[in-house]
Design a protein around this ligand. Structure first.
Ligand code: GLA
Ligand code: ZN
Length: 683
């Protein structure tokens, strides 16, 4: 069985912080036994334990950790072993102030807290290397250790003098000369021409030199990745067989996750939607957002990911921290499995007694009892996961791709105009995703480096920043028979955020789409326009509402499928809004207006059907019921059906299905209880 770790079962685990309980051997002694009862098979250990592992410089105390790892292993519980760099100990921050991160306003972080170190500081890198080496020497060959959890939720940027120097070094390497840099950054604007490298500094906030702002973000990603690689070097040197991961944070946009993922053996993430925030108990929106990021994680390395954290009950940091309601935990877990997770792991095993997270949910609460609803639900889920070995390593076959380029996201959001609030690139991407998610079509999130050739449909929402190689790939993909959807505000600038001269979308995408950009008309909140469909290649409504951005284009060969109704008698009434163009053996659709969800749902699902893409289940799902599929390494096709509403629902089946867990056969109707989830196979 192929798995993402060497452990051939779905991981069911939790963050475990015994360092907070070293003076309570009675508690520690209970934990292994209680974990077994909760069907926990792995723990993430040592995440913020540096001051317990090295209480004073060079004074390493690893025995307590060894004891815990051994005791858990003796009880059949494996270890996901963390490097402790996510929280810098007080002694280190006090002795070497250079390790403390500096903010954009140039103020240095005080000691304490977490995720607040510099990624450049040679001292911090050396101290991390040293402790990682000790951990690796001692544990990298321990049979309990199945995965390295490097740091924690790697994030943020540092503007200290060391980082400024490193940034300048990175720029010298990239541009070779100040002349080249000045040209790329268009610095003649506002007399910003640099005459010495030392004049270059990281942005202090809103930065008028957009090329600088972009390069700074690229540098932060490169520096974070180089820090990460330095962190993992001693781990890999000790035992290259143990995979490394770090836990991502959803659509966090501080660094380029797709780039950092290249240094990981397996992607993992921490999923914390604001469950139960809707008045009617409809969790569809929360679920869709979380599943979108799961699909992104799965797409990054093209294999299952790990759900490194979720809460078994409540968080303590949402505005309002509601616990998952009765039975809901199982639903969220199954949904993660459905979208490619090979684990369900929690923050946290045991609630801490003090500090920031004392009220965060945990498997064991302060009451220290097992007869709680949460403990019971976790144990039941663990037992269910224990019967899902065949799911380990199961793949997802997606024939639909959505292009997501975070550099484009940085650029379009920092561009100054045409809308300086909610330009909506991510929303547009999610509008493309939502109908597929609802109808059970698998979607990959791809980037410029992905091979598009296996996809039947490629959605390219708001690709404002267009690199020549990406444009070439999109054209080539279409020419060879692919179908592509381009949208407004695409192909406007190059990789330095310099506007293209001549017709746009540039780099041949105007020819591809058969249209030419005229102007873009952003709408205020509450203002709308209408798209009238003139000619529907497949069933569409007569009209759709548009908001946010309306791009006016001239047709240049494309067939006009829809036109704008601006409501403005001074505007022509035949401006194209939706077009279709044949290009080579393929087809390019172009959408000019930021359309309502219904458009994407009508348009994209009809298109997918026409292209012969198969959903997980060929059925009509009632609102809030969704499905997804994974293909086991033994050939089993797992079908997951989730009900995100508080109502009883049912799906009419095209063929009989068997409940994988209970063996029950459903001939023609699949009933789903409120917040119910089923794992099924063909009967
Ligand atoms: C993050 C962190 C954890 C913990 C949880 C709380 O995901 O990685 O250490 O703080 O949030 O929800
Ligand atoms: Zn720094």
């Amino acid at each position: 069985m192929r798995t993402v770790t060497s452990y051939p079962h779905i991981l069911h685990g939790c963050d475990y912080n015994p360092e907070q309980w070293l003076d309570r051997p009675d508690i520690l002694a209970q934990d292994a036994e209680l974990m077994k009862q909760a069907q926990i098979n792995c723990v993430s250990l040592g995440i913020f334990a540096w001051s317990a592992l090295e209480p004073a410089e060079g004074d390493y105390r690893l025995d307590w950790l060894a004891e815990i790892i051994d005791r858990l292993y003796a009880n059949g519980i494996y270890t996901v072993l963390a490097t402790p760099s996510g929280a810098c100990p007080m002694w280190l921050a006090a002795k070497y102030p250079e390790v403390r991160r500096v903010h954009a306003d140039r103020s240095r972080e005080p000691a304490g807290g977490r995720h607040n170190h510099c990624y450049t500081s040679p001292v911090y890198r050396e101290k991390v290397r040293a402790i990682n080496e000790k951990l690796a020497e001692r544990f990298a060959s321990h049979p309990a250790v199945i995965l390295w959890h490097v740091s924690n939720e790697i994030q943020g940027e540092c503007h200290c003098p060391l980082c400024q120097d490193a940034f300048r070094g990175w720029l010298k390497e990239k541009y070779g000369s100040l002349d080249a840099l000045n040209r790329a950054w268009w610095t003649a604007f506002w007399s910003n021409t640099y005459t010495e490298w030392e004049q270059i500094e990281s942005p202090r906030g809103d930065c008028p030199i957009h090329g600088l702002a972009l390069d700074w973000k690229r540098f932060c990603t490169a520096q974070t990745r180089s820090f990460f690689d330095a962190e993992t070097a001693p781990l890999k040197a000790a035992n290259p067989q143990i995979p490394v991961t770090t836990n991502f944070m959803g659509f966090y946009d501080g660094i380029n996750y797709q780039e950092l993922a290249k240094s990981l053996d397996v992607v993992s993430w921490d999923s914390y939607p604001a469950w139960h925030s809707m008045p009617d108990g409809d969790e569809t929106y929360n679920a869709f957002w979380a599943d979108a990021f799961s699909d992104m994680c799965r797409s990054m390395l093209g294999k299952p990911f790990l759900l490194m954290e979720n809460t078994p009950s409540n968080t303590n940091w949402h505005d309002v921290c509601r616990p998952k309601t009765w039975g809901f935990h199982r639903l969220t877990a199954i949904s993660n499995l459905a979208h490619g997770a090979d684990s369900i792991q929690y923050f946290q095993w045991r609630q801490s007694r003090g500090c920031s997270e004392k009220f965060h949910g945990a498997v064991m609460t302060h009451a220290n009892r097992t007869d709680t609803r949460v403990f019971q639900e976790v144990s039941d889920l663990g037992a269910a996961l224990g019967r899902l070995d065949a799911l380990c390593g199961a793949r997802t076959d997606a024939h639909i791709a959505i292009l997501y380029d975070i550099e484009n996201h940085w650029a379009v959001n920092g561009a100054k105009g045409p809308r300086n609030t909610s330009i909506g690139d991510n929303d547009l991407m999610l509008r493309c995703y939502l109908p597929f998610w609802k109808a059970g079509y698998a979607v990959d999130f791809v980037n410029a480096e992905t091979d598009f050739s296996g996809y039947h449909l490629l959605c390219v929402p708001m690709l404002y920043m267009l690199r020549a190689d990406v444009a070439e790939k999109i054209r080539d993909y279409t020419k060879r028979g692919g179908t592509v959807l381009l949208t407004m505000h695409s192909g406007a600038v190059d990789e330095n955020d310099l506007c293209f001269m001549g017709d746009t979308p540039a780099q041949g995408l105007a020819e591809l789409a058969g249209i030419r950009f005229l102007e873009i008309d952003p709408l205020y909140e509450g203002q709308t326009e209408t798209m009238h469909i003139l000619k529907a290649p497949f069933p569409l409504a007569e009209s759709y509402r548009l908001e946010r951005l309306c791009e006016r284009v001239a047709p240049a060969g494309a067939e006009i499928l829809g036109v704008y109704d601006t409501g403005n008698p001074c505007m022509p009434d035949d401006l194209p809004c939706l077009t279709r163009n044949s290009f080579g053996r393929g087809t390019a659709y172009y959408l000019g207006g930021f359309a309502e969800d219904k458009f994407f749902s009508d348009f994209l699902i009809s298109l997918a059907e026409r292209l012969g893409v198969q959903p997980a289940l060929d059925a009509t799902f009632p609102h809030g019921v969704v499905a997804a599929e994974r293909l086991g390494t033994d050939g089993t096709r797992f079908l997951f059906v989730m009900n995100w509403t508080r109502e009883q629902k049912a799906v009419n089946l095209p063929y009989a299905l068997r409940d994988y867990e209970t063996g029950k056969i459903y001939q023609s109707k699949l009933p789903l209880s409120p917040y119910g989830a089923k794992i099924l196979v063909k009967a």
